[in-house]
Design a protein around this ligand. Structure first.
Ligand code: F7E
Length: 314
């Protein structure tokens, strides 16, 4: 919007509720259409509509950020994840391939590839040349899309780029991703402690945060910077793939400790593996418990990006 683009977006129909919460403040400035990545004809008709209502358009940038993006849920819904995150990309690329040559030349495509494709990493740090070793239905579907983009770029000369993005977070992150889960909880504890102090209610029980693997490490950045990176990829003379990463890695355990430090609580860890707990070192209240429900059938233990190509070229 800051760049004065005319923006179209696709929304999925949901029963009962409008799921616009995260875009409510800008919704009136967007042209939203009902569609779905599993519904190829909806994608074709939306793209054709955009082109026919803007006959003199200079560039059409298509950002494919749609996905069933939760890694653990992809083990529970593997087919749906593959259809949206894999075949959905094929449907979009086909919609672009079938445009007239003139319109195709004005269309640029961005694919949200992911550091999850490195999986059980074969090299550290990970860059564009690192071999992939995916560990979830999510990562396998994304890898299929990643190679499709390369294939359509080379085979049909489409301006199509993949950004291999490491974890990118913000206040809009969904509540069941680990950073938001932890920060929401720390916030709730802070409020509760304030209430307890104000009401002198020392019998009030504190809730417990249940987490999975505390030792996996992620290279986390801020989503806003990464979106700028996506846009830069589409402004280059030639399409290419790029890794975007902060080039620093931290464990979930360190994230927990740093988040609690913000409200002056030092976490003391006791026990091991699924019996591990985290206590407030002063009061000895248990604040965190490991719950094996959150362990994944295959875990991605370490991600650390090398984004020198993007840093040099973009
Ligand atoms: O997990 C561990 C979990 O779900 C991070 C998506 O945007 O980034 C994201 O994927 C780590 C994992 O993100 C809990 O086992 C421990 O090691 O926040 P997450 P993710 O799986 O890294 C990549 C780049 C994407 O492409 C994805 O779409 O944290 N972990 N305890 C936990 N994770 C969750 N969700 N919940 C826990 O209680």
């Amino acid at each position: 919007l800051e760049k004065k683009y005319k923006i179209y977006g696709i929304v999925r129909r949901n029963s009962c509720v409008f799921n616009y919460e995260r875009i409510d403040h800008i919704k009136d400035k967007l042209n939203l259409k009902y569609g779905d990545l599993t519904d190829g004809s909806s994608l074709v008709s939306i793209i054709n509509k955009i082109i026919s209502t803007n006959p003199d358009f200079e560039v059409l940038e298509i950002y494919n950020l749609g996905a069933q993006s939760h890694v653990q849920i992809s083990f529970e819904n593997p087919e749906y994840t593959s259809l949206v995150d894999g075949v959905g990309t094929l449907k979009l690329l086909e919609a672009i391939r079938c445009l007239s040559v003139e319109n195709q030349k004005k269309t640029r495509f961005y694919q949200a590839s992911t550091s999850e494709m490195y999986g059980a990493v074969l090299e550290t740090p990970q860059n564009e040349k690192t071999p992939f070793n995916p560990q979830s239905p999510y990562a396998c579907a994304k890898l299929y899309s990643h190679f499709l983009v390369k294939n359509y770029r080379e085979g049909y000369n489409l301006f199509a780029c993949s950004g291999v993005l490491f974890n990118h977070e913000s206040e809009r992150r969904g509540d069941n991703f680990v950073t938001k889960k932890i920060t929401n909880f720390v916030n709730a504890i802070k409020r509760l402690k304030n209430d307890i102090n104000e009401n002198n209610d020392e019998n009030q029980e504190l809730p417990i945060l249940k987490l999975g693997n505390l030792n996996s490490k992620r290279d986390w950045g801020h989503a806003k910077d990464y979106v700028y990176g996506m846009w830069l990829m589409l402004q280059q003379e030639n399409p290419d793939d790029y890794v975007l990463a902060m080039e620093e890695t931290y464990s979930i355990r360190e994230f927990v400790e740093k988040a609690f430090a913000k409200i002056n609580i030092t976490i003391e860890w006791q026990g091991e593996n699924e019996n591990e707990v985290g206590l407030d070192s002063k009061t000895k209240d248990i604040l965190i418990k490991v719950d094996k429900k959150y362990f994944r059938p295959c875990e991605v233990e370490l991600l650390l990006g090398d984004s020198s190509k993007a840093r040099n070229k973009l």
